[in-house]
Design a binder for this molecule. Structure first.
Ligand code: SF4
Length: 283
């Protein structure tokens, strides 16, 4: 991995040609109000927080645009546990469009207005929902998860918030058993194109419980991913196992200036042989 910083134009050209994936991910934090059985980051209310600051996240957004990236993603942990999140997200959206991953369970009652502040053409919330059966969904994700999500989604849409649904499954991605869930998602007002279905990846807590698909490094989708602990190959890279951060997909401990990890990722990609595209449908 080279530490030489290439010119801004080089990164932009690599993004434009498709050589470098166009989106930059950030892990805002690692703690969560839930503790799902397949969680890649072993998140729970007691997890080490590993937070980025609001200033770092806005700087990543600004520098990502300057470098030529065209989109952002925010994940965790549960980002909405951070009190300053909505204002920070709006500041980031001034630079690039973004998708914000959330479990959608912190929007009950008046708290919906905190998320409703994110009704912005360049912000989408991606909320997890794994089954049309409340018991099955809640077995993996926690009590009342289904009810909270099914209540929150129409309320968010009614307030002009863009909503996507992400389903994580231990079965085949094209299973007919997913049809009732697809119908449920449509009935909530979410377009088919905004419903992602992806496999459980056997990292983090999923590895502890033997869940999901075994994924070697080359199966993990490549998108520059920034955390409080460094920059990684992809958003499925900075996972946690037995309380320790996995570093097999760590690019560099330097996260800013963003040109440093962007250059490191481009260097890795240019050193890879042809024909290494992921085939497991992880996204
Ligand atoms: S999978 Fe998401 S919602 Fe579940 S514990 Fe992990 S971070 Fe929280």
């Amino acid at each position: 991995m080279s530490d030489t910083i290439v010119s801004t134009g080089t990164i932009a050209a690599a993004v434009q040609s498709g050589e470098l994936p166009a989106r930059v991910w950030m892990y805002s934090n690692y703690h969560c109000n839930l503790a799902c059985s397949y969680c890649l980051t072993e998140s729970s209310p007691r997890s080490e927080r590993r937070q980025l600051t609001a200033e770092q996240m806005i700087a990543v957004a600004e520098q990502a645009r300057e470098l030529g990236f065209t989109a952002l993603g925010i994940t965790g942990g549960e980002p909405f546990l951070l009190p300053w999140l909505p204002e920070t997200v709006l500041a980031m959206a001034e630079h690039l469009p973004l998708v914000l991953l959330t479990n959608g369970t912190l929007f009950a009652g008046d708290r919906i207005e905190r998320a409703a502040a994110l009704a912005h053409p360049d912000v989408a919330l991606q909320i997890s929902l794994d089954s049309h059966l409340p018991d099955v969904n809640d077995m993996a994700r926690g009590p009342d998860n289904f009810a909270k999500v099914v209540e929150a989604v129409p309320r968010l849409l009614a307030r002009g918030v863009r909503v996507r649904i992400a389903t994580t499954t231990g079965g085949p991605l094209d299973s007919p058993a997913l049809s009732p869930l697809q119908h449920l998602v449509a009935s909530l007002g979410v377009a088919e194109a905004d419903h992602l279905i992806r496999p459980i990846v056997r990292r983090g807590r999923a590895d502890e419980f033997g869940l999901g698909v075994q994924a070697v490094a080359r199966d993990i989708p490549c998108e520059l991913t920034i955390t409080g602990d460094g920059a990684f190959w992809g958003s499925f890279g900075p996972t946690v196992r037995s309380g320790r951060l996995d570093t097999d997909l760590l690019l560099t401990r330097t996260i800013l200036p963003l040109a440093v990890p962007a250059n490191a990722l481009l260097g890795v990609l240019r050193g890879m042989p042809e024909g290494t595209d992921a085939r497991l449908g992880i996204r």
